[in-house]
Design a protein around this ligand. Structure first.
Ligand SMILES: [Ca+2]
Length: 375
């Protein structure tokens, strides 16, 4: 999520699953590279300098820092996993969606929703973010806490800070910032930085927050006095909603609409050029030949035209994204990711409605607005 400055986020958290989905049929002919064993970083000049600067700036104990960093391990698996997906695989929204909107994840989601119904409703009420959207994020990120990453956050971030692999654009500066954030988080919580579990990129807990996002957006939503995104699903629920609200989520606004693209090639290119950034008014879209649903025509505020490719066999599909859609892409800068979140959440909500003999308790105003896209 939340790699604010990064196109990297899509590569980290979307690219991998996409690549997996797209290349699955070739898997048998490809050998998985075998990783070398982890090895301690040890004392090094660049690390000593990092520790000295950090200690001076943040008031951390320099010797402790040096000891913690020197004991951290360089993980070859992390270096392999951070690499971009092999080129050539066409993006396939159908395959991507099917990875997340599938029976086992839906079953886990229904159980999680039932168990945490009160916290989800409370988060929706307080932040204006629909429960279905929070559920979509937690489902896509970690299968409701089942897959939170098996790496040490410290080892992963030390690896990507000090031995970022060659062969892709160097993001070590970003990961050093996140390493600093992890060390500050550990101090704040009074915990050993080596004790945090994470993905290969250092994302942690039910919502896969990077350490910087944890420090900025994590909430104690269960009231035990600590914001614990790894141990407390309720804290994660509140923190995901807080993250989206802080990134511009607007209560009651739809997240997306359908549209028919114009036939004209130049007009299509113009509409797609801003990608995920909401840019066009409904009137501008229609002037360029797009056909909008009635709800989209009435939308106030800018809209993004999103293309979701369907592999190399079917035509791409197109949607309109609002500012709320854009807020979702602050979690992960990918339209595929954002639509998987929305569709998983919608499917869960529909299943809950079907499975409930009586109507659910009256939602607060606009509570169901963003979930139903107004098609
Ligand atoms: Ca808590």
């Amino acid at each position: 999520m939340f790699l604010r400055t990064l196109t990297l986020s899509a590569a980290l958290l979307l690219g991998a699953p996409l690549a997996e989905a797209a290349t699955v049929k070739h898997k048998t002919s490809q050998k998985k590279p075998r990783d070398a064993a982890p090895r301690p970083l040890g004392e090094r000049a660049d690390m000593r300098q990092f520790a000295a600067e950090l200690a001076a700036r943040e008031g951390l104990d320099e010797l402790t820092l040096r000891r913690q960093l020197a004991a951290a391990k360089i993980l070859p698996a992390v270096q392999r996993l951070i690499m971009p997906a092999p080129p050539g695989a066409a993006k396939d929204w159908g395959a991507y969606r099917a990875r997340f909107v599938e029976p086992l994840r839906l079953q886990a989601g229904l159980a999680f929703w039932a168990q945490h119904e009160a916290a989800l409703a409370r988060a929706e009420e307080r932040f204006g973010v629909p429960a279905s959207v929070i559920m979509g994020i937690l489902g896509v990120e970690t299968f409701y806490g089942r897959i939170m990453g098996g790496f040490s956050a410290l080892d992963a971030l030390v690896t990507l800070s000090f031995e970022f692999p060659k062969g892709r654009s160097d993001r070590s500066a970003f990961f050093r910032q996140q390493l600093v954030e992890l060390l500050l988080l550990a101090r704040h919580e009074g915990l050993d930085p080596a004790g945090f579990k994470a993905s290969y990129a250092g994302a942690m807990g039910y919502g896969q927050f990077m350490p910087g996002s944890w420090n900025r957006y994590a909430l104690d939503f269960d009231g035990d006095g600590q914001a614990d995104l790894i141990g407390s699903p309720v804290d994660a629920i509140g923190s995901v909603a807080n993250f989206l609200a802080e990134h511009g989520w607007q209560r009651g606004q739809a997240s997306d609409y359908t549209l028919l693209m114009p036939a004209d090639t130049a007009a299509r290119a113009q509409l797609l050029a801003p990608d995920i950034r909401p840019t066009f008014s409904a009137a501008q879209l229609m002037a360029l030949g797009a056909e909008l649903s009635d709800a989209a025509k009435l939308h106030e505020g800018p809209l993004a035209v999103i293309e979701l490719q369907m592999g190399d066999k079917a035509a791409a599909v197109h949607r309109l994204g609002t500012q709320n859609f854009y807020a979702l892409t602050r979690y992960n800068q990918s339209s595929y990711y954002a639509f998987a979140v929305l569709e998983l959440g919608r499917e869960l909500q529909a299943m809950r409605l079907i499975g409930t003999p009586q109507p659910p308790a009256a939602p607060s105003s606009g509570a169901s607005g963003p979930v139903v896209d107004g098609r």
